[in-house]
Write a protein that binds this ligand. Sequence first.
Ligand SMILES: [Zn+2]
Length: 251
Amino acid sequence: MDETKNTPALILNRQDYKENDSLVTVYTPCFGKLTLVARGTKKLSSKLAGHIEPLTLADLLIIRGKGFDYIGSAITRAAYLGIREDLNKLYYAGRAINLFNRLTKENQSDEHLFFLLVTWLEILNDFCLFTRECGELVLAFFTIKFLAELGYQPEMYRCLGCSSSISPGLNYFNLLNGGLVCAGCFEKNRLAGGGGGGAFRTELLTISDNCIKLMRFMVDNRFKSAEKLKINNKTLKEFSGLLDKFILFHF
Ligand SMILES: [Zn+2]
């Protein structure tokens, strides 16, 4: 590895380290997630401190160290003031960044993940008339695309059991395999003992037609279209709950 590298990086987390330093978790397009030391950030004269706060996109010079690599210099590229100045936006940005930090592993690079998060933050930054419902919606939008990029894109058009197209009515979402199961397959499985009865039931949730439509829309469309979506709270709650259970099941 080279002694130094220049890279854009999104700051995910910062914590105090030793007497005067910080430990900073960043995500970069080419090197993935890294934990770096920023030296002297608690001194008033620090030139780094203002550029390494979470929710900052910065250009970093990274220098190879004996233990942790460290940040030689940092220049802010985007501070997302539209998010920082709106507590509601800040809350949802924090949740997305925490989820991103929790589900990504160190030193595995995926530039799509980097651009997914940066694009989403830009949309959130510029979002007009941002309500709590908007927050739940854009967070769910981020989550489903993030999961897809991690390799957990749910099958939303064909039944996982019999491959026939899903028709409106009673359907289930299979948490284990990530996708829809038709009522016919559910019934067959139940009569056959469900491959463990209780276990089978905990892997399946009923899912409403509106929730299926919303999930398909988010998988197939760009974040920008969130501003035009009109979703009732019940569907949004169902969808967010399903995503939470799906994440709990797999991570
Ligand atoms: Zn089926």
